[in-house]
Design a protein around this ligand. Structure first.
Ligand code: NAD
Ligand code: UGA
Length: 462
Protein backbone atom coordinates (compact mmCIF):
# COMPACT_ATOMS: atom_id res chain seq x y z
CA UNK A 1 0.00 0.00 0.00
CA UNK A 2 1.17 3.56 -0.66
CA UNK A 3 2.89 5.40 2.19
CA UNK A 4 1.06 8.38 3.63
CA UNK A 5 4.00 10.77 3.37
CA UNK A 6 4.30 12.95 6.48
CA UNK A 7 7.97 13.88 6.48
CA UNK A 8 10.20 14.67 3.55
CA UNK A 9 13.96 15.12 3.61
CA UNK A 10 15.80 16.64 0.66
CA UNK A 11 19.55 16.19 0.38
CA UNK A 12 20.94 19.22 -1.45
CA UNK A 13 19.70 22.80 -0.98
CA UNK A 14 20.74 24.19 -4.36
CA UNK A 15 18.91 25.79 -7.28
CA UNK A 16 16.63 22.75 -7.52
CA UNK A 17 16.35 21.43 -3.96
CA UNK A 18 15.55 24.82 -2.40
CA UNK A 19 12.77 26.07 -4.70
CA UNK A 20 11.26 22.62 -5.31
CA UNK A 21 10.96 21.79 -1.63
CA UNK A 22 9.68 25.27 -0.81
CA UNK A 23 6.85 24.68 -3.30
CA UNK A 24 6.03 21.23 -1.89
CA UNK A 25 5.93 22.69 1.63
CA UNK A 26 3.73 25.58 0.48
CA UNK A 27 1.27 23.23 -1.25
CA UNK A 28 1.28 20.45 1.35
CA UNK A 29 0.85 22.04 4.79
CA UNK A 30 0.49 18.58 6.40
CA UNK A 31 3.93 17.45 5.29
CA UNK A 32 7.05 18.60 7.11
CA UNK A 33 9.91 19.25 4.69
CA UNK A 34 13.57 19.41 5.76
CA UNK A 35 15.99 20.74 3.15
CA UNK A 36 19.51 19.64 4.07
CA UNK A 37 22.94 20.58 2.87
CA UNK A 38 26.51 20.07 4.04
CA UNK A 39 27.27 23.65 3.02
CA UNK A 40 26.65 25.70 6.19
CA UNK A 41 26.79 29.18 4.55
CA UNK A 42 24.20 28.04 2.01
CA UNK A 43 21.85 26.84 4.76
CA UNK A 44 22.42 30.07 6.70
CA UNK A 45 21.47 32.01 3.58
CA UNK A 46 18.26 29.97 3.14
CA UNK A 47 17.42 30.90 6.73
CA UNK A 48 18.10 34.61 6.15
CA UNK A 49 16.37 37.40 4.23
CA UNK A 50 18.92 37.10 1.43
CA UNK A 51 18.21 33.67 -0.15
CA UNK A 52 21.14 32.03 -1.97
CA UNK A 53 19.04 31.66 -5.13
CA UNK A 54 17.43 34.59 -6.89
CA UNK A 55 14.10 33.64 -8.50
CA UNK A 56 11.12 35.93 -9.05
CA UNK A 57 8.46 35.06 -6.45
CA UNK A 58 10.66 32.70 -4.44
CA UNK A 59 11.03 34.96 -1.40
CA UNK A 60 7.27 34.90 -0.86
CA UNK A 61 6.97 31.11 -1.22
CA UNK A 62 9.81 30.53 1.26
CA UNK A 63 8.57 33.15 3.72
CA UNK A 64 5.11 31.57 3.73
CA UNK A 65 6.32 28.12 4.83
CA UNK A 66 9.70 28.54 6.53
CA UNK A 67 9.59 27.74 10.22
CA UNK A 68 6.10 26.21 9.85
CA UNK A 69 6.60 23.06 7.78
CA UNK A 70 9.73 24.04 5.85
CA UNK A 71 13.16 23.84 7.50
CA UNK A 72 16.65 24.42 6.15
CA UNK A 73 19.27 22.53 8.10
CA UNK A 74 22.68 20.87 8.08
CA UNK A 75 21.36 18.07 10.32
CA UNK A 76 21.19 15.62 7.43
CA UNK A 77 21.42 12.47 9.57
CA UNK A 78 18.43 13.26 11.79
CA UNK A 79 16.34 14.40 8.86
CA UNK A 80 17.02 11.17 6.99
CA UNK A 81 16.11 9.10 10.04
CA UNK A 82 12.81 10.94 10.47
CA UNK A 83 11.71 10.99 6.82
CA UNK A 84 9.35 8.69 4.90
CA UNK A 85 10.52 10.03 1.60
CA UNK A 86 13.98 11.37 0.70
CA UNK A 87 14.75 13.48 -2.36
CA UNK A 88 18.32 13.45 -3.60
CA UNK A 89 18.99 16.79 -5.26
CA UNK A 90 22.77 17.07 -5.22
CA UNK A 91 24.90 18.27 -8.12
CA UNK A 92 25.89 15.93 -10.96
CA UNK A 93 28.56 17.98 -12.79
CA UNK A 94 30.59 16.81 -15.75
CA UNK A 95 33.49 14.69 -14.57
CA UNK A 96 36.76 16.58 -14.76
CA UNK A 97 39.14 13.66 -14.15
CA UNK A 98 39.74 10.00 -14.98
CA UNK A 99 37.49 7.79 -17.08
CA UNK A 100 34.94 9.80 -19.04
CA UNK A 101 36.56 13.15 -18.11
CA UNK A 102 34.87 16.05 -19.88
CA UNK A 103 31.75 14.02 -20.73
CA UNK A 104 30.48 11.57 -18.11
CA UNK A 105 28.50 12.76 -15.07
CA UNK A 106 30.41 12.82 -11.81
CA UNK A 107 28.31 10.73 -9.44
CA UNK A 108 30.42 11.27 -6.31
CA UNK A 109 27.75 13.44 -4.60
CA UNK A 110 25.01 10.94 -5.49
CA UNK A 111 27.07 8.15 -3.97
CA UNK A 112 27.83 10.12 -0.81
CA UNK A 113 24.11 10.88 -0.43
CA UNK A 114 23.22 7.19 -0.91
CA UNK A 115 25.75 6.17 1.73
CA UNK A 116 24.42 8.77 4.16
CA UNK A 117 20.90 7.40 3.64
CA UNK A 118 22.05 3.82 4.18
CA UNK A 119 23.81 4.73 7.41
CA UNK A 120 20.95 6.70 8.91
CA UNK A 121 17.84 4.93 7.68
CA UNK A 122 16.06 3.02 10.40
CA UNK A 123 13.00 1.79 8.54
CA UNK A 124 11.37 1.77 5.10
CA UNK A 125 12.17 4.79 2.94
CA UNK A 126 11.28 5.97 -0.52
CA UNK A 127 14.37 7.44 -2.19
CA UNK A 128 13.67 9.85 -5.04
CA UNK A 129 16.30 10.83 -7.58
CA UNK A 130 15.64 14.51 -8.28
CA UNK A 131 19.12 15.17 -9.66
CA UNK A 132 19.71 14.61 -13.37
CA UNK A 133 21.65 11.38 -13.72
CA UNK A 134 22.78 8.86 -16.32
CA UNK A 135 20.23 6.20 -17.13
CA UNK A 136 20.46 3.18 -14.76
CA UNK A 137 21.81 5.18 -11.80
CA UNK A 138 18.88 3.94 -9.70
CA UNK A 139 20.43 0.49 -9.92
CA UNK A 140 23.71 1.76 -8.44
CA UNK A 141 21.84 3.56 -5.65
CA UNK A 142 19.87 0.40 -4.86
CA UNK A 143 23.07 -1.64 -4.69
CA UNK A 144 24.77 0.81 -2.32
CA UNK A 145 21.69 0.92 -0.09
CA UNK A 146 21.29 -2.85 0.00
CA UNK A 147 24.95 -3.45 0.83
CA UNK A 148 25.17 -0.88 3.60
CA UNK A 149 21.98 -1.03 5.53
CA UNK A 150 20.71 -3.70 7.87
CA UNK A 151 17.12 -2.79 8.49
CA UNK A 152 16.22 -0.44 5.69
CA UNK A 153 13.68 -1.34 3.01
CA UNK A 154 14.12 0.98 0.09
CA UNK A 155 12.24 1.87 -3.05
CA UNK A 156 14.13 4.04 -5.51
CA UNK A 157 12.13 6.35 -7.77
CA UNK A 158 13.18 8.72 -10.52
CA UNK A 159 11.49 12.13 -10.52
CA UNK A 160 13.53 14.49 -12.70
CA UNK A 161 13.02 18.22 -12.44
CA UNK A 162 12.09 20.28 -15.50
CA UNK A 163 12.02 23.79 -14.03
CA UNK A 164 13.96 26.50 -15.82
CA UNK A 165 15.85 29.12 -13.85
CA UNK A 166 14.30 32.55 -13.84
CA UNK A 167 10.82 31.01 -14.02
CA UNK A 168 11.28 28.35 -11.33
CA UNK A 169 8.32 29.41 -9.23
CA UNK A 170 5.79 29.48 -12.08
CA UNK A 171 7.20 26.22 -13.49
CA UNK A 172 6.83 24.53 -10.10
CA UNK A 173 3.38 25.99 -9.52
CA UNK A 174 1.99 24.83 -12.87
CA UNK A 175 4.32 22.25 -14.43
CA UNK A 176 3.69 20.94 -17.98
CA UNK A 177 4.12 17.52 -16.45
CA UNK A 178 5.53 15.69 -13.45
CA UNK A 179 7.45 12.55 -14.38
CA UNK A 180 7.78 9.68 -11.93
CA UNK A 181 9.56 6.45 -12.77
CA UNK A 182 9.52 3.38 -10.57
CA UNK A 183 10.14 -0.32 -10.52
CA UNK A 184 7.25 -2.21 -12.10
CA UNK A 185 6.50 -4.38 -9.04
CA UNK A 186 3.68 -4.06 -6.47
CA UNK A 187 6.12 -2.37 -4.04
CA UNK A 188 7.43 -0.08 -6.78
CA UNK A 189 3.90 0.85 -7.86
CA UNK A 190 2.98 1.67 -4.25
CA UNK A 191 6.03 3.93 -3.90
CA UNK A 192 5.14 5.69 -7.16
CA UNK A 193 1.58 6.25 -5.93
CA UNK A 194 2.92 7.72 -2.66
CA UNK A 195 4.82 10.37 -4.58
CA UNK A 196 1.95 10.93 -7.02
CA UNK A 197 -0.24 11.81 -4.01
CA UNK A 198 2.25 14.44 -2.84
CA UNK A 199 2.14 16.21 -6.21
CA UNK A 200 -1.59 15.69 -6.59
CA UNK A 201 -2.04 18.29 -3.84
CA UNK A 202 -1.70 20.91 -6.59
CA UNK A 203 -0.91 19.25 -9.94
CA UNK A 204 -3.84 17.79 -11.95
CA UNK A 205 -3.52 14.00 -12.08
CA UNK A 206 -3.49 13.91 -15.87
CA UNK A 207 -0.27 15.89 -15.81
CA UNK A 208 1.48 13.34 -13.59
CA UNK A 209 3.11 10.76 -15.86
CA UNK A 210 4.37 7.47 -14.51
CA UNK A 211 6.85 5.23 -16.34
CA UNK A 212 9.43 2.61 -15.63
CA UNK A 213 12.65 3.80 -13.97
CA UNK A 214 14.86 3.81 -17.04
CA UNK A 215 12.39 5.72 -19.21
CA UNK A 216 12.14 8.41 -16.57
CA UNK A 217 15.90 8.74 -16.09
CA UNK A 218 16.50 8.84 -19.84
CA UNK A 219 13.65 11.25 -20.60
CA UNK A 220 15.32 13.99 -18.58
CA UNK A 221 18.52 13.84 -20.62
CA UNK A 222 16.52 13.63 -23.84
CA UNK A 223 14.29 16.60 -22.95
CA UNK A 224 17.34 18.81 -22.39
CA UNK A 225 19.03 17.49 -25.54
CA UNK A 226 15.93 18.32 -27.64
CA UNK A 227 15.61 21.81 -26.14
CA UNK A 228 19.29 22.60 -26.72
CA UNK A 229 19.09 21.14 -30.20
CA UNK A 230 16.45 23.69 -31.16
CA UNK A 231 18.71 26.51 -30.03
CA UNK A 232 21.73 25.14 -31.90
CA UNK A 233 19.55 24.64 -34.97
CA UNK A 234 18.31 28.24 -35.02
CA UNK A 235 21.82 29.51 -34.18
CA UNK A 236 23.23 27.56 -37.11
CA UNK A 237 20.63 29.22 -39.33
CA UNK A 238 21.50 32.63 -37.84
CA UNK A 239 24.93 32.38 -39.47
CA UNK A 240 23.30 31.62 -42.82
CA UNK A 241 20.90 34.55 -42.36
CA UNK A 242 23.84 36.91 -41.88
CA UNK A 243 25.30 35.78 -45.19
CA UNK A 244 22.07 35.94 -47.17
CA UNK A 245 20.13 38.93 -45.88
CA UNK A 246 17.45 36.81 -44.26
CA UNK A 247 16.37 37.81 -40.72
CA UNK A 248 16.57 34.97 -38.19
CA UNK A 249 13.66 36.31 -36.09
CA UNK A 250 11.46 36.35 -39.19
CA UNK A 251 12.57 32.83 -40.11
CA UNK A 252 11.88 31.64 -36.54
CA UNK A 253 8.41 33.14 -36.70
CA UNK A 254 7.72 31.62 -40.09
CA UNK A 255 8.77 28.11 -39.12
CA UNK A 256 7.42 28.35 -35.56
CA UNK A 257 3.91 29.03 -36.87
CA UNK A 258 3.84 25.45 -38.09
CA UNK A 259 2.11 23.73 -35.20
CA UNK A 260 4.37 20.71 -35.69
CA UNK A 261 7.43 22.87 -34.99
CA UNK A 262 5.96 25.33 -32.50
CA UNK A 263 7.19 28.83 -31.60
CA UNK A 264 9.14 28.26 -28.37
CA UNK A 265 12.91 27.91 -27.97
CA UNK A 266 13.69 29.38 -31.36
CA UNK A 267 15.38 32.56 -30.17
CA UNK A 268 18.80 32.91 -31.76
CA UNK A 269 21.46 34.02 -29.29
CA UNK A 270 25.12 34.30 -28.49
CA UNK A 271 24.82 30.66 -27.38
CA UNK A 272 23.02 28.71 -24.70
CA UNK A 273 24.47 28.52 -21.22
CA UNK A 274 23.35 27.22 -17.86
CA UNK A 275 24.53 24.40 -15.70
CA UNK A 276 22.64 21.68 -17.51
CA UNK A 277 22.29 21.71 -21.29
CA UNK A 278 25.93 21.09 -22.12
CA UNK A 279 26.49 18.76 -19.18
CA UNK A 280 23.43 16.65 -19.95
CA UNK A 281 24.16 16.38 -23.67
CA UNK A 282 27.75 15.35 -22.96
CA UNK A 283 26.39 12.80 -20.55
CA UNK A 284 24.02 11.48 -23.24
CA UNK A 285 26.90 11.36 -25.73
CA UNK A 286 28.99 9.41 -23.25
CA UNK A 287 26.17 6.93 -22.66
CA UNK A 288 25.71 6.40 -26.41
CA UNK A 289 29.42 5.70 -26.83
CA UNK A 290 29.36 3.43 -23.82
CA UNK A 291 26.53 1.40 -25.32
CA UNK A 292 28.33 1.13 -28.67
CA UNK A 293 26.35 3.76 -30.60
CA UNK A 294 29.00 6.15 -31.95
CA UNK A 295 26.73 7.57 -34.70
CA UNK A 296 24.12 8.56 -32.14
CA UNK A 297 26.83 10.04 -29.94
CA UNK A 298 28.19 12.11 -32.82
CA UNK A 299 24.74 13.36 -33.77
CA UNK A 300 24.06 14.80 -30.30
CA UNK A 301 27.60 16.04 -29.80
CA UNK A 302 27.15 18.38 -32.75
CA UNK A 303 24.63 20.38 -30.68
CA UNK A 304 27.45 21.32 -28.31
CA UNK A 305 29.94 21.90 -31.12
CA UNK A 306 27.55 24.34 -32.80
CA UNK A 307 27.05 26.18 -29.50
CA UNK A 308 30.79 26.58 -28.94
CA UNK A 309 31.13 27.92 -32.46
CA UNK A 310 28.32 30.43 -31.94
CA UNK A 311 30.01 31.91 -28.84
CA UNK A 312 33.37 32.08 -30.59
CA UNK A 313 31.79 33.59 -33.70
CA UNK A 314 30.37 36.41 -31.58
CA UNK A 315 33.68 37.43 -29.98
CA UNK A 316 35.43 37.15 -33.33
CA UNK A 317 32.79 39.44 -34.84
CA UNK A 318 33.50 42.08 -32.21
CA UNK A 319 37.24 41.99 -32.83
CA UNK A 320 36.88 42.05 -36.63
CA UNK A 321 34.37 44.88 -36.57
CA UNK A 322 36.57 47.00 -34.34
CA UNK A 323 39.18 47.07 -37.12
CA UNK A 324 40.81 43.81 -36.06
CA UNK A 325 42.06 45.10 -32.74
CA UNK A 326 40.47 45.60 -29.36
CA UNK A 327 43.76 45.96 -27.51
CA UNK A 328 43.42 48.77 -24.97
CA UNK A 329 39.88 49.53 -26.15
CA UNK A 330 37.01 49.65 -23.72
CA UNK A 331 34.12 47.29 -24.42
CA UNK A 332 30.94 47.75 -22.39
CA UNK A 333 29.49 44.33 -21.57
CA UNK A 334 25.85 44.23 -20.52
CA UNK A 335 24.87 41.08 -18.68
CA UNK A 336 26.83 38.14 -17.32
CA UNK A 337 24.11 35.71 -16.11
CA UNK A 338 23.32 32.82 -18.49
CA UNK A 339 19.79 34.20 -18.95
CA UNK A 340 17.69 36.98 -17.46
CA UNK A 341 16.07 36.86 -14.02
CA UNK A 342 18.71 34.66 -12.42
CA UNK A 343 22.00 35.27 -10.60
CA UNK A 344 23.33 31.98 -11.99
CA UNK A 345 26.31 32.21 -14.34
CA UNK A 346 27.17 28.56 -14.77
CA UNK A 347 28.38 27.99 -18.37
CA UNK A 348 27.12 31.45 -19.32
CA UNK A 349 28.12 32.45 -22.86
CA UNK A 350 29.32 35.73 -21.31
CA UNK A 351 32.18 33.93 -19.55
CA UNK A 352 33.63 32.77 -22.85
CA UNK A 353 33.04 36.01 -24.74
CA UNK A 354 34.70 38.01 -21.94
CA UNK A 355 37.59 35.54 -21.81
CA UNK A 356 38.21 35.92 -25.55
CA UNK A 357 38.05 39.71 -25.38
CA UNK A 358 40.39 39.90 -22.36
CA UNK A 359 42.87 37.64 -24.16
CA UNK A 360 42.71 40.06 -27.11
CA UNK A 361 43.75 42.82 -24.70
CA UNK A 362 40.39 44.59 -24.39
CA UNK A 363 39.37 46.50 -21.29
CA UNK A 364 35.94 45.30 -20.22
CA UNK A 365 33.46 47.44 -18.32
CA UNK A 366 30.81 45.03 -17.13
CA UNK A 367 27.36 45.46 -15.65
CA UNK A 368 24.94 42.77 -14.52
CA UNK A 369 22.03 43.60 -12.20
CA UNK A 370 22.25 40.37 -10.13
CA UNK A 371 25.62 38.69 -10.43
CA UNK A 372 28.11 39.49 -7.62
CA UNK A 373 31.68 40.57 -8.43
CA UNK A 374 33.13 37.54 -6.65
CA UNK A 375 31.23 35.20 -9.01
CA UNK A 376 32.42 37.04 -12.11
CA UNK A 377 36.02 36.86 -10.97
CA UNK A 378 35.78 33.18 -10.06
CA UNK A 379 34.19 32.33 -13.42
CA UNK A 380 36.95 34.11 -15.32
CA UNK A 381 39.63 32.47 -13.18
CA UNK A 382 38.05 29.13 -14.01
CA UNK A 383 38.55 29.69 -17.76
CA UNK A 384 42.18 30.64 -17.25
CA UNK A 385 42.10 34.42 -16.77
CA UNK A 386 44.54 35.43 -14.02
CA UNK A 387 43.75 37.85 -11.19
CA UNK A 388 46.43 40.11 -12.62
CA UNK A 389 44.60 40.40 -15.96
CA UNK A 390 41.27 40.84 -14.19
CA UNK A 391 42.64 43.64 -11.98
CA UNK A 392 44.12 45.40 -14.98
CA UNK A 393 41.45 44.92 -17.65
CA UNK A 394 38.08 44.40 -15.95
CA UNK A 395 35.93 47.07 -14.31
CA UNK A 396 32.63 46.17 -12.68
CA UNK A 397 30.04 48.94 -13.03
CA UNK A 398 26.89 49.84 -11.09
CA UNK A 399 24.76 50.62 -14.11
CA UNK A 400 24.49 49.85 -17.79
CA UNK A 401 25.05 53.47 -18.76
CA UNK A 402 28.25 53.60 -16.71
CA UNK A 403 29.53 50.46 -18.45
CA UNK A 404 29.12 52.10 -21.84
CA UNK A 405 31.02 55.31 -21.01
CA UNK A 406 34.03 55.92 -23.26
CA UNK A 407 33.47 52.53 -24.88
CA UNK A 408 34.37 51.66 -28.46
CA UNK A 409 31.75 48.93 -28.48
CA UNK A 410 28.87 47.66 -26.37
CA UNK A 411 27.90 43.98 -26.24
CA UNK A 412 24.60 42.68 -24.86
CA UNK A 413 25.16 39.17 -23.52
CA UNK A 414 22.11 38.65 -21.26
CA UNK A 415 18.56 39.66 -22.18
CA UNK A 416 17.76 41.60 -18.96
CA UNK A 417 14.59 43.66 -19.59
CA UNK A 418 16.22 46.87 -18.36
CA UNK A 419 18.60 46.85 -21.36
CA UNK A 420 15.69 47.34 -23.78
CA UNK A 421 14.88 50.81 -22.55
CA UNK A 422 18.24 52.40 -21.75
CA UNK A 423 18.94 56.05 -22.42
CA UNK A 424 20.55 55.40 -25.80
CA UNK A 425 21.08 59.12 -26.55
CA UNK A 426 23.35 59.50 -23.52
CA UNK A 427 25.09 56.22 -24.33
CA UNK A 428 25.74 57.38 -27.89
CA UNK A 429 27.12 60.73 -26.77
CA UNK A 430 29.49 59.05 -24.31
CA UNK A 431 30.92 56.47 -26.71
CA UNK A 432 33.78 56.64 -29.19
CA UNK A 433 32.65 56.87 -32.81
CA UNK A 434 31.78 54.84 -34.74
CA UNK A 435 29.68 53.63 -31.78
CA UNK A 436 29.36 49.87 -32.26
CA UNK A 437 26.64 47.78 -30.64
CA UNK A 438 26.70 43.97 -30.68
CA UNK A 439 23.35 42.59 -29.65
CA UNK A 440 23.90 38.96 -28.63
CA UNK A 441 20.25 38.57 -27.67
CA UNK A 442 18.41 40.58 -30.32
CA UNK A 443 16.51 42.61 -27.73
CA UNK A 444 17.51 46.20 -28.55
CA UNK A 445 15.49 48.47 -30.88
CA UNK A 446 17.91 48.16 -33.79
CA UNK A 447 16.25 50.61 -36.21
CA UNK A 448 16.01 53.26 -33.52
CA UNK A 449 19.67 52.78 -32.65
CA UNK A 450 20.75 53.05 -36.28
CA UNK A 451 18.74 56.25 -36.60
CA UNK A 452 20.69 57.69 -33.67
CA UNK A 453 23.97 56.86 -35.39
CA UNK A 454 24.97 53.52 -33.84
CA UNK A 455 26.53 50.78 -35.96
CA UNK A 456 24.50 47.72 -34.96
CA UNK A 457 25.46 44.08 -35.32
CA UNK A 458 22.71 41.64 -34.37
CA UNK A 459 22.62 37.84 -34.42
CA UNK A 460 21.23 36.46 -37.66
CA UNK A 461 20.44 39.79 -39.31
CA UNK A 462 22.11 40.28 -42.67
P1 NAD B 1 23.56 22.96 -6.81
O1 NAD B 1 25.01 22.77 -6.96
O2 NAD B 1 22.96 24.32 -6.79
O3 NAD B 1 23.09 22.24 -5.44
C1 NAD B 1 23.53 20.98 -5.01
C2 NAD B 1 23.73 21.04 -3.49
O4 NAD B 1 23.95 19.70 -2.99
C3 NAD B 1 24.94 21.86 -3.03
O5 NAD B 1 24.51 22.92 -2.21
C4 NAD B 1 25.81 20.84 -2.27
O6 NAD B 1 26.46 21.40 -1.15
C5 NAD B 1 24.80 19.80 -1.86
N1 NAD B 1 25.36 18.49 -1.53
C6 NAD B 1 26.24 17.73 -2.22
N2 NAD B 1 26.48 16.56 -1.60
C7 NAD B 1 25.73 16.56 -0.47
C8 NAD B 1 25.53 15.63 0.59
N3 NAD B 1 26.12 14.44 0.62
N4 NAD B 1 24.69 15.98 1.60
C9 NAD B 1 24.06 17.17 1.59
N5 NAD B 1 24.20 18.10 0.60
C10 NAD B 1 25.02 17.79 -0.41
O7 NAD B 1 22.88 22.08 -7.96
P2 NAD B 1 21.43 22.30 -8.65
O8 NAD B 1 21.52 23.33 -9.72
O9 NAD B 1 20.40 22.41 -7.60
O10 NAD B 1 21.27 20.91 -9.41
C11 NAD B 1 21.02 19.71 -8.70
C12 NAD B 1 20.63 18.63 -9.70
O11 NAD B 1 19.42 19.00 -10.36
C13 NAD B 1 21.64 18.39 -10.81
O12 NAD B 1 21.67 17.01 -11.09
C14 NAD B 1 21.07 19.14 -11.98
O13 NAD B 1 21.45 18.56 -13.21
C15 NAD B 1 19.58 18.99 -11.77
N6 NAD B 1 18.75 20.05 -12.37
C16 NAD B 1 19.12 21.36 -12.24
C17 NAD B 1 18.28 22.36 -12.74
C18 NAD B 1 18.65 23.82 -12.62
O14 NAD B 1 17.92 24.63 -13.16
N7 NAD B 1 19.72 24.21 -11.95
C19 NAD B 1 17.06 22.02 -13.32
C20 NAD B 1 16.72 20.68 -13.41
C21 NAD B 1 17.57 19.71 -12.92
C1 UGA C 1 16.80 24.22 -18.89
C2 UGA C 1 15.46 23.61 -19.31
O1 UGA C 1 14.68 24.61 -19.98
C3 UGA C 1 14.70 23.08 -18.10
O2 UGA C 1 13.51 22.43 -18.53
C4 UGA C 1 15.59 22.09 -17.35
O3 UGA C 1 14.94 21.64 -16.19
C5 UGA C 1 16.88 22.76 -16.97
O4 UGA C 1 17.54 23.25 -18.17
C6 UGA C 1 17.85 21.85 -16.31
O5 UGA C 1 17.79 20.65 -16.46
O6 UGA C 1 18.73 22.41 -15.66
P1 UGA C 1 17.58 26.53 -17.83
O7 UGA C 1 18.93 26.09 -18.27
O8 UGA C 1 17.40 26.97 -16.44
O9 UGA C 1 16.52 25.35 -18.07
O10 UGA C 1 17.07 27.73 -18.76
P2 UGA C 1 16.55 27.80 -20.27
O11 UGA C 1 15.43 28.74 -20.32
O12 UGA C 1 16.34 26.47 -20.85
O13 UGA C 1 17.77 28.51 -21.02
C7 UGA C 1 18.99 27.82 -21.23
C8 UGA C 1 19.90 28.66 -22.13
O14 UGA C 1 19.39 28.69 -23.46
C9 UGA C 1 20.01 30.12 -21.70
O15 UGA C 1 21.33 30.56 -21.87
C10 UGA C 1 19.07 30.83 -22.65
O16 UGA C 1 19.42 32.17 -22.84
C11 UGA C 1 19.26 30.03 -23.91
N1 UGA C 1 18.14 30.09 -24.86
C12 UGA C 1 16.91 29.63 -24.50
C13 UGA C 1 18.33 30.59 -26.14
O17 UGA C 1 19.46 31.00 -26.50
N2 UGA C 1 17.28 30.63 -27.01
C14 UGA C 1 16.05 30.16 -26.68
O18 UGA C 1 15.14 30.21 -27.53
C15 UGA C 1 15.86 29.66 -25.38
Amino acid sequence: TPTDVKRICCIGAGYVGGPTMAMIAAKCPDIRVDVCDINQPRIDAWNSDELPVYEPGLDEVVAGARGKNLFFTTAVEESIAAADLIFVSVGTPTKSYGIGAGRAADLCYIESAARMIAENANGPKIIVEKSTIPVRTAEAIRTILAANSENGQFQVLSNPEFLAEGTAVEDLEAPDRILIGGERTPEGDAAVESLVRVYANWVPRERILTTNLWSSELSKLVANAFLAQRISSINAISALCEETGADVDEVARAIGSDSRIGPKFLKASVGFGGSCFQKDILNLVYLCDHFGLPEVAKYWNSVVTMNDWQKERFSTRIVKTLFNTVRGKRIGVLGFAFKKDTNDTRESAAIYVCRDLLLEGANIALYDPKVPVSTIRADLNYVGISDEVIDKQLTICDSAVEATKAAHGVAVLTEWDEFKTLDFDTIYDNMFKPAFVFDGRNILPHDELRAKGFEVYAIGKG
